[in-house]
Design a protein. Sequence first.
Length: 148
Amino acid sequence: MRAEPARRVVIDTNVWISAFLVKTGTPAELIRQVLAHGEPVFSPATFAELDARMWLPKFDRYLDMDERKQLLHDANSLACWVTVPPAIAAQTFCRDADDDKMIHAALAAQATLLVTGDDDLLCLHPLGGLNILTPREALEKLKRQPGQ
């Protein structure tokens, strides 16, 4: 008997950072659910964005340098990594072209879920077989259908 492949979920940078800052909030609970029933996805571009944003001075009063290093290390090591093929990378979807990297990672990973708080991505829901949901909507979906 073959095991079902893990559900792959692209989590936008804003959701990761919210989870890192508020360990009891919806984004943090969502990430715990993803880790329990699937795997988060990064492409080099999506992780580079998270890495760059984590070092912004505005987070200095919330997370010290060692905490940031550890959080990035943990996210990196727990994720499924994908390479975005040029044919996917050439496609545009969003009003803000900088957000396309999230869609590209989801398509490359054959993910069925992208979690974001960004209206420029949320307005695209659904995009083919990709559900683009807020953290709350995604958490409710994962709780109803944990293995799908």
